[in-house]
Design a protein around this ligand. Structure first.
Ligand code: ADP
Ligand code: MG
Length: 393
């Protein structure tokens, strides 16, 4: 007998996931909770998602035989990171339902296309990206406006967690930084006076129904997300409504299916700028696992399986703290000695929910896990987050 649940719009109860990172792992957990199985396509052995998945195809993201194996076993496909070749998603779309689509993912893969998309939608959203210049060749440097300094040079493709970014104060520094990046296509963005940063998580079903989560406020350290706090301590009701409505307009404009996260800057004068978007569940949405009726990963499962989306209601105030590999190292010794973080002490904090991704090796600046602090009041959650920071050092 087949005791897997039968869902009306998926021929196979095996869902196909391209990518094996922690986002894939948390997706697997939610998919399995709904009775689905998951097959992960990932070249690395022992990846966080493959550990948890029902099946692992060990092959490159663009490997024809690997994609065929995925296509043979599954009828719905998704991805967990934006740098999967869009052509692989297009290939899977020949035999099944892919959410988000290759076209949507490819916009988010390229900062130039992404900014063009935000600019095109600005008449409806009322929100523009940061002033910027596109740098394709060294000659483009001769036409850069002085207004863009100080600025941030960002590679157009493949950047994440602040990687591929250089802060430049002058045209001379820009020339040096551009040459250093081997003349890859870049965007120079004006450095803006940020008051705070927020992200808006939205999800859209195959039927076009969309839901938007509460605004999340994000603090970054060295370009990497450090904490997410929800509700946002700073956002005004006006800015919240504006960014949430913008996110709903953007997701509908490209007929997106699945979870999408859009990052915004709120400037010191109160104005809002759109930064970038991620075509998948997002680190700033991890709080939804413990603090919302439906997590971002469950939402992704529902969208790709063409099921109704779930309630986004947040039932508890919450702070999410990222755990980076740095805490495994004792920076005070010359050898940078390895140590074990005191998880027992962290778990003694009543509001702490620990999530570790099962990565084989801790490295500095590598995301190893996160802790969500779920408390009756935001103050208690914040207080216990600070205690955890002290415990972990
Ligand atoms: P990534 O893809 O690495 O997340 P982002 O473009 O989001 O790259 O930049 C990472 C962080 O750097 C942002 O969250 C923000 O803190 C800072 N940052 C990026 N662009 C700007 C800008 N134009 N002005 C001020 N700060 C910025
Ligand atoms: Mg970002």
């Amino acid at each position: 007998i087949n005791n897997s649940p039968q869902f009306p719009n998926t021929e196979s109860s095996m869902l196909g996931m391209v990518g094996g990172g922690q986002l894939g792992r948390m997706f697997v957990h939610e998919a399995q909770a709904l009775g689905f199985k998951v097959m992960v396509l990932e070249p690395e052995v022992g990846s966080p998602a493959a550990h948890a998945a029902d099946a692992h195809v060990q092959a490159a993201y663009d490997d024809a035989a690997g994609l065929q194996q995925l296509a043979d076993a599954c009828s719905s496909f998704t991805t967990e990171f934006e740098n999967v070749p869009a052509a692989s998603l297009a290939k899977l779309a020949e035999t099944g339902f892919v959410a988000p689509s290759a076209d949507c993912v490819s916009i988010a893969q390229d900062r130039i296309e992404e900014k063009a998309f935000f600019t095109r939608c600005a008449p409806q959203t009322g929100i523009l990206p940061a002033p910027h210049a596109i740098l394709r060749t060294a000659d483009d440097l001769n036409h850069v406006s002085a207004d863009l300094f100080p600025g941030i040079l960002k590679t157009a493709r493949m950047g994440y967690d602040g990687k591929g970014q250089v802060r430049v104060k002058s045209i001379e520094e820009l020339r040096a930084a551009f040459a250093n990046l081997n003349d890859v296509v870049c965007v120079l963005e004006k450095m803006l006076p940020l008051a705070y940063e927020v992200s808006v998580l939205v999800a859209r079903g195959a039927d076009g129904q969309a839901v938007v989560y509460p605004i999340a406020e994000n603090v970054h350290r060295d370009g990497i997300l450090f904490t997410t706090t929800v509700p946002s301590p700073h956002v005004s009701a006006e800015a919240a409504l504006k960014t949430q409505n913008a996110a709903l307009k953007l997701i509908a404009d490209i007929n997106y299916v699945g979870v999408l996260c859009i990052e915004f800057f709120v400037l010191q004068d109160g104005s809002v700028v759109v930064n970038e978007m991620a075509p998948r569940p997002h680190n700033s949405g991890h709080y939804t696992i413990d603090a919302c009726v439906t997590s971002q990963f469950a939402q992704q499962v529902r969208a790709m399986a063409r099921l109704p989306l779930g309630d986004v209601r947040q039932h508890s105030p919450c702070v999410m703290l990222n755990i980076l590999g740095d805490i495994w190292f004792d920076g005070t010794t010359e050898q940078d000695k390895e140590r074990q973080p005191a998880w027992d002490k962290v778990l003694a904090l009543p509001s702490a929910h620990l999530h570790l991704y099962g990565k084989a090796e801790a490295r500095r600046a590598r995301k190893m896990g996160h802790i969500t602090f779920i408390a009756p009041t935001l103050e208690q959650a914040q207080d216990e987050m600070r205690q955890a920071c002290e415990i972990l050092g």
